[in-house]
Design a protein around this ligand. Sequence first.
Ligand SMILES: [Zn+2]
Length: 231
Amino acid sequence: MQNNPQWSLDHVRALLAQHKRPEVAIVTQGGPYRAFIPEGEHVIRLLFDPQGELWRIVTVHHTLQCRTYCPDLVRDTDPAGVYPPCEICTVATQREDWRLQRAEYALIYGHLCRTSDASGFWRPGTTYLMIGRSRLICSLRQFLEQGVAQQPAQLLTMLNPLGAGPGMVVQVTKGLNGSVKIPALTAQCFPSVALGEWFIPLEHCWIGPEFNLGEYHAVLAEITGQQQRSQ
Ligand SMILES: [Zn+2]
């Protein structure tokens, strides 16, 4: 057998370099616990992500297990790219199912200090990647603007997970006319938050930064598979 030129130290080095590139890092495995913010009154410590971001907004189609960017929407921002026509949008319209429509979501890191609606998926003392509808961001921005102007020191202690800090009161009502109100910081301080390997940048949480054809087909298969089972 001939010696394979690929069986070289240079190739080993190239492999190592490739896997050092951040986009190759497997960040979709693990990651933080995720929770959709439920209805009720919650005390949440909003936290900086490792890069200093406080929120991320994504527009996606999602099912319980999978999510994807909408290829029709991605095409608008990248006309030179090749994307399939979005069959999920078509199915959503045919079934008149608003849950399948693409929608805008806000992602934040939050430590749940207290809640009126604790459950197995929403446990006080847990840090979550919290997912809310985009209306969360309007309330959050108002709250942060007020905090920066009126209580800057307290605000900063809330955002830094390494120290003790107050929480923010978040009142959520769901439904068509649902709302998110964030009236105040708590007077009470809560302990520092334990971070771990799961604490990855928001940019990589829930869905990566790029359109992924495999994710698109996974969502499509899940919703068309459900239809076949229910027939
Ligand atoms: Zn779509």
